[in-house]
Ligand binder design. Structure first.
Ligand code: NAP
Length: 327
């Protein structure tokens, strides 16, 4: 029996509860919690810090946003864990020894935001915007050659929720689209590649390379010196997934020797990007503060709430991350 107070609710019988485990700042934490409670009026949703250790056994679902392993480990009876983020490389290792399913955020709104970012920054590279900005700072009046979309080979690595939406939006223009993923795909208007050989092949014929791969054991430092060296001279790059997909030193070397002419980087191995990082000052790098596809609280919580309602109604846990593959 429980007899603790949870906010306004007096809980006096055995009830399952939902815990919200996070390391967000106070304001963010309260905003998320309020949104979750509004969308799940029938549920008791409690912050981890508000649950006494004697009551942790009554919690069956954890909603998490960057949880600490210690906080998560307090809850031993979880049926499943719902992440508020799309990327799960930090939380997956915390659950890999257990049978607890991990459900990540799959939000079409987020995918659409990412697709818009992919299109915007592809155009930025195609139309030399970084160079024109540099020229303006030097008061240099100089036209650069324009490459038409139809002459540009754009490759998306990772053809999941974000990759597919991005390819669809890029497809509105005339780019020569290519993609690469672990398994075979058939996407209209896109030449698809898979496997090691497929990656080497597609890199050799890419003008703008876009990473939308999740960070896993198989993709960590995938784009190393050798792989980056396969890109044609003058290629450009966008990394919107995770910093550790690319070997930073190899990238800087390729930028310095002109092999890669520009990189748009939204994600880094260490975030915020440290003050002394070479990337900040590098003239061939555009640094973004991890903003290519921010989570939209409203749509994200609605999806999470629907997952939970569905689970309560059917007992079926939503599709979970494949722990062996790490995504
Ligand atoms: P997803 O739906 O799981 O798709 C992942 C794609 O990557 C799939 O096509 C998968 O191949 C492919 N893949 C995974 N491992 C691979 C490997 N070893 N070799 C080749 N292909 C591999 O993921 P998503 O929802 O699109 O999200 C992708 C990533 O974007 C997230 O993991 C997160 O890191 C990042 N992200 C960034 C932001 C931001 O603001 N910067 C926001 C949200 C997400 P198969 O299709 O063959 O399985």
């Amino acid at each position: 029996m429980l007899s603790s107070d949870y906010g306004d609710e007096k809980v006096s019988e055995v009830l399952t509860k939902i815990v919200f485990i996070n390391q967000l700042n106070e304001q963010e934490k309260q905003q998320w919690l309020a949104q979750i409670k509004t969308n799940l009026p029938e549920e008791i949703v409690v912050l981890s810090s508000d649950i006494a250790s004697t009551d942790t056994e009554y919690v069956d679902i954890a909603i998490v946003a960057n949880p600490s392993p210690e906080e998560l480990a307090r809850f031993q009876n979880l049926r499943w864990v719902q992440s508020l983020w799309a990327g799960v490389e930090r939380i997956a290792p915390m659950l890999s020894d257990k049978a607890t399913p991990l459900v990540r955020l799959i939000d079409p709104t987020l995918a659409q935001t990412m697709a818009e970012s992919v299109l915007a920054w592809t155009l930025y590279l195609q139309r030399n915007m970084a160079t024109y900005q540099q020229q303006q700072s030097e008061q240099l009046w100089q036209a650069l050659p324009t490459v038409a979309a139809k002459d540009l080979r754009v490759t998306v690595l990772g053809v999941g929720e974000l990759g597919v939406k991005s390819l669809n939006l890029l497809g509105k223009l005339d780019y020569q689209l290519q993609s690469w993923s672990r398994t075979e795909k058939h996407i209209e208007g896109v030449a698809h590649f898979s496997g090691e050989d497929g990656l080497s092949k597609v890199l050799k014929q890419t003008d703008i390379l876009i990473s939308l791969l999740p960070l896993t054991d198989a993709t960590r430092y995938l784009l190393d010196k050798e792989k980056l060296g396969l890109l044609p001279h003058g290629a450009q790059l966008i990394n919107f997934s995770r910093g550790a997909i690319i070997e930073s030193e190899a990238l800087i070397e390729k930028l310095d020797n002109g092999h890669i002419t520009h990189a748009v980087l939204d994600v880094f191995e260490q975030e915020p990007l440290p003050v002394g990082s070479t990337f900040w000052q590098h003239p061939k790098v555009t640094v973004l503060p991890h903003i290519s596809a921010p989570t939209n609280k409203e749509t994200a919580v609605k999806i999470v709430a629907d997952n939970i309602k569905q689970y309560r109604a059917t007992g079926k846990v939503p599709d979970a991350v494949n722990m062996k593959l790490g995504y």
